[in-house]
Design a protein around this ligand. Structure first.
Ligand code: ADP
Ligand code: MG
Length: 397
């Protein structure tokens, strides 16, 4: 409730020396598993030169500002009205990372953000503060709308522009060999009016190849066949791993349900930046089908069933084999050859059975979609390739 939020804001302001001289907290804008995010006015805005260079910013932050900036709220109110006459206030997003997050996790997020400074369409880190176990990250505030409020209204060219911005961010992130791991609408802030977007939330991001073991998906098909592991058998609601005496595989599963790539579900131990492309594909499928969330699984087995329902049993089994998994199922809704994206989109937009077809623009979007939601990551487009695709080039003029 409201008083609870007010209390948390008080606590945050008291946590850091001089906080009130630097920022005026406005409201809470996000609450997630690992952090709470506030919108704040940056009271020292006119001391910046507008470049978000971390070192430069740090230099400028001490000593504290003009004398009139004593912590009295009346003074800062005066300042506010003055400042409004002088210039537009600058807003920041203050991300308060929960103290229960591990230090290595917090460091990882800040470290990767620091590496990505200056990247197009990636929200830059201005700076970060720590006081004992409390860490806050300061980012420029990016005005955006709630995905649920605009995704149903988007035309195909709108979708192309939205995705062009998202894939621009992915191309920069991936060129640094960083996997974001949590691509989904709430982590891509988009302003439909200015048609600009930025990628946020590197809390689950990792460097490609940092924590990997060889997976059979990188072997040749014959070597792969010798290393099969049974994965799923049948039970009413999905299936369960069969008796298997070999040690179970550990693989990074971080991400959000519904957006996990098949190789994540199949516990591939050599995951690549391609997992982000799959998730971006899921966003596109969501927009084209006008259904959010598109996938609604409670766990990884259900997620596999949902994907298998679309792609059909044969292709899903091939995808499992790629990572050394045997997938067996007799679930009646998983047909041998699945459904086409075109059919799914017509059905979910109430056009099936009406004789209506997809428009040419939609067909191009669907062709692009099928290149992003490739079950085999090695056949899936890279972000760079995606930007060259006719569908994303449509957003260029
Ligand atoms: P979490 O790890 O808790 O998901 P995020 O970094 O995704 O944290 O931020 C949570 C929410 O806060 C976002 O979905 C967005 O609504 C808001 N937010 C985060 N960064 C910004 C920003 N720079 N500008 C505006 N809003 C932001
Ligand atoms: Mg988030």
């Amino acid at each position: 409730d409201d008083s609870h939020i007010q209390q948390d804001m008080e606590k945050l302001q008291n946590c850091f020396d001089g906080f009130r001289n630097k920022y005026r907290l406005i409201k809470r804008i996000g609450e997630g598993t690992f952090s709470t995010v506030y919108k704040a006015e940056d009271l020292l805005y006119d001391r910046y030169d507008n470049s978000w260079d971390l070192e430069k910013e740090a230099e400028k932050w001490t000593p504290p500002p003009l004398k009139s900036f004593t912590s009295q709220s009346s003074t800062s109110l005066d300042y506010q009205s003055q400042s409004q006459r002088r210039r537009k206030p600058k807003y920041v997003a203050i991300k308060k990372i929960y103290v229960t997050s591990s230090p290595s996790r917090i460091f990882n997020e800040l470290d990767l953000l620091h590496d990505l400074r200056g990247c197009d369409s990636v929200c830059p880190l201005i700076t970060a503060f720590r006081w004992t176990d409390q860490v806050v990250a300061i980012l420029p505030y990016f005005r955006h709308s709630d995905f649920r409020d605009y995704f149903r209204k988007m035309t195909v060219p709108d979708i192309a522009i939205y995705l062009r911005s998202l894939f621009t961010a992915l191309a920069s992130v991936h060129s640094h060999n960083i996997i974001h791991r949590d691509i989904k609408p709430t982590n891509f802030l988009y302003d439909p009016t200015s048609r600009r977007g930025v990628l946020v939330d590197f809390g689950l991001a990792e460097r490609e190849g940092y924590d990997t073991k060889p997976c059979v998906c990188h072997d040749d098909p014959i070597a792969r066949k010798r290393k099969l592991r049974p994965l799923v058998s049948n039970k009413a609601k999905g299936g369960f791993p069969r008796e298997d005496t070999r040690p179970s595989r550990r693989a990074n599963r971080a991400g959000t349900r519904g957006f996990r790539a098949p190789e994540v579900l199949f516990k591939c131990t050599e995951q690549t930046t391609k997992i982000d492309i799959w998730s971006a594909g899921v966003i596109l499928l969501t927009i084209l089908s006008r259904r959010f969330p598109f996938f609604n699984s409670a766990d990884d087995i259900e997620a596999m069933i949902e994907i298998a329902t679309i792609f059909g049993r044969d292709r899903m089994q091939m995808a499992a084999l790629l990572h050394g998994c045997m997938l067996e199922t007799t679930i009646p809704t998983i047909y041998k050859s699945g459904f086409s994206f075109e059919g799914i989109i017509l059905w979910s937009t109430d056009r099936s059975g009406t004789g209506q077809k997809l428009s040419d623009d939609e067909k191009l979007a669907v062709e692009f979609l099928s290149r992003c939601m490739e079950l085999d990551p090695s056949k899936r487009l890279s972000a760079e390739q995606a930007l060259q695709h006719d569908f994303l080039r449509m957003g260029m003029d």
